[in-house]
Design a protein around this ligand. Structure first.
Ligand code: GLU
Length: 508
């Protein structure tokens, strides 16, 4: 078998959509499973759609996710087929365009946009093809000396492929099986434009896949309609024998399943559809990304891997290496994959639980420092161990634990109404005194002493404990009470109780 070489070939037209990330991931998994190469090629022949920063964004996103590029843009070293940016390969394409022209498999067309519009207005469902090309201004209808003089006079032209009608063009797709399209529905696509001397996507894509010895083209379903044209191009160029195998991946659908997940859906529905934050340099429009939303890259990879592929088992959590071992195009579905954002959060929760408290504490510490709080790492480790179960993201930690770092300034009204009774202040003063006499403030010891005291006094356990919590936390949430007091320490615990006694007033 030919060495597996696959490529991810985005156009730098903006932030990389999460569907594009999945395409890159599946290419990467496939390559690594077969000991092959994963290339990154930038398809920037459409200068009108070029967006500054998009290429850097793509490279950074793949890096963040651990999708390592072996060859091309973003790879460690220059590859054997450099350059990998199509705009820099201009000189390479022209000879193949000429080859098609010489063989009569393509032709030169001079029709201006206005003339094309006029034809569209005149002929219903106009397309430039075998039926209409005889009515147009091109090298098939003009004498060769006229063509030559037009070119000499600097008239702009395009080169179009000449598609013969009435042929069933077969595309062998590794996911969909054989897809047959009759060539009569295809139009004579533009392959090259004299205005910038660059090929269009179709031409550049096929030439580069051939020259870069790509073995498999794994890309989104939106490219399936272009595949017959690509098959014909391989044949016209005499490259059928080295044509890559095709695999068109199913669409990512909106969470409700109605239509393709679009760039706009994310922030509209409250979740990111981009790997990283992005600000459009032209419009200033901001879109949120998974990284900044607090996702771990492993969780995003795992989540994306299952949008269109399944392992055939109950297992849901997969490391990158497991995915490499298990991935198979056979198990990629033909139908669209519904984007289930809640599942994405669930994955992050899972990965968060599996991280060590130390690692999470380091991450949390950075946030704390930014907020102006300092605490020794061992205490942060302890806090993390108490709250991680309730968190999906490191950024949830603060919400779950702010009371470890700062005393409450307000006391939740509802809890006060329910928990702060007329006898509470006296009980809390007593509790403060009891705590003052404890030397070993560890959770277990404090708990034993406090509970014995409550029992001996025949106080209501719930009543005292809830008021205690209100004093320390400011509301009725949080982990085990005595774990909190162990971390904040005796002085702080007593100070908070005293302050609550002073400040909390019951509304009668
Ligand atoms: N440049 C195309 C894109 O933006 C590549 C499609 C393909 O992989 O052939 O997605």
């Amino acid at each position: 078998m030919k060495k597996v070489r696959v490529r991810f070939a985005p156009s730098p037209t903006g932030a990389l959509h999460i569907g594009g990330v999945r395409t890159a991931l599946y290419n990467y998994l496939f390559a690594k499973q077969h000991g092959g190469d994963f290339l990154l090629r930038i398809e920037d022949t459409d200068s009108g759609r070029f967006v500054p920063g998009a290429e850097e964004y793509i490279v950074e996103a793949l890096k963040w996710l651990g999708i390592n590029v072996d060859e091309g843009i973003g790879a460690d070293s220059q590859g054997p087929h450099a350059p990998y940016r199509q705009s820099e390969r201009k000189a390479i394409y022209r000879q193949y365009v000429d080859q098609l022209l010489e063989a009569g498999l393509a032709y030169i067309a001079f029709d201006t946009p206005q003339e094309l519009d006029a034809k569209r207005a005149e002929i219903p469902n106009f397309q430039y093809d075998a039926k209409t090309r005889g009515l147009m201004t091109n090298s098939l209808t003009l004498a060769s000396d006229v063509v030559a003089s037009k070119i000499e006079n600097g008239e702009q032209y395009v080169v179009r492929i000449k598609i013969e009608p009435n042929e069933d063009v077969k595309v062998q797709d590794l996911i969909r099986g054989e897809v047959v399209i009759n060539s009569s529905v295809l139009d004579d696509k533009v392959l090259f434009k004299s205005s910038d001397g660059l090929p269009t996507y179709h031409m550049a894509n096929v030439v580069d896949d051939y020259l870069m010895q790509i073995s498999h083209v794994i890309r989104g379903e939106e490219w399936l309609p272009s595949a017959p044209l690509h098959v014909l191009l391989y044949r016209y160029l005499g490259w059928t024998d080295s044509m890559p195998q095709f695999a068109h991946l199913p669409l990512l659908l909106k969470p409700d399943g109605n239509g393709k997940l679009s760039k706009r859906d994310g922030d509209r529905l409250g979740f990111p559809v981009f790997p990283l934050d992005w600000t459009d340099p032209k419009t200033g429009e901001r879109s949120s990304g998974y990284r900044e939303a607090g996702y771990f890259p492993e969780a995003v990879v795992n989540f994306l891997s299952l949008l269109g592929w399944n392992s055939g088992t109950e297992q849901e959590q997969f490391s990158m290496q497991e995915l490499i071992d298990l991935f198979s195009l056979d198990r990629v579905s033909k139908s669209g994959a519904k984007f289930d954002y809640e599942k994405g959060k669930w994955f992050n929760h899972k990965y968060l639980q599996q991280k060590s408290n130390e690692e999470l504490a380091h991450l949390f510490q950075q946030e704390l420092v930014a907020k102006g709080f300092e605490m020794e790492l061992t205490k942060i480790v302890k806090i993390v161990s108490l709250i991680k179960e309730r968190s999906n993201f490191v950024k949830d930690f603060w919400e779950q634990s702010s009371f470890f770092f700062q005393a409450p300034t307000t006391y939740d009204e509802k809890t006060v109404q329910k928990r702060w009774k007329s006898e509470t202040p006296a009980q809390m003063n007593e509790l403060a005194e009891l705590l003052a006499g404890i030397d070993d403030f560890s959770a277990h010891n404090t708990e034993t002493i406090v509970k014995e005291w409550i029992a001996a006094k025949e106080y209501n356990m719930g009543g005292v404990m809830n008021a205690f919590r209100l004093s320390i936390v400011g509301e009725s949430k949080g982990p085990h009470m005595f774990d909190i007091t162990e971390v904040i320490g005796k002085d702080e615990t007593i100070a908070r109780i005293k302050r609550a006694v002073e400040v909390v007033k019951i509304k009668l």
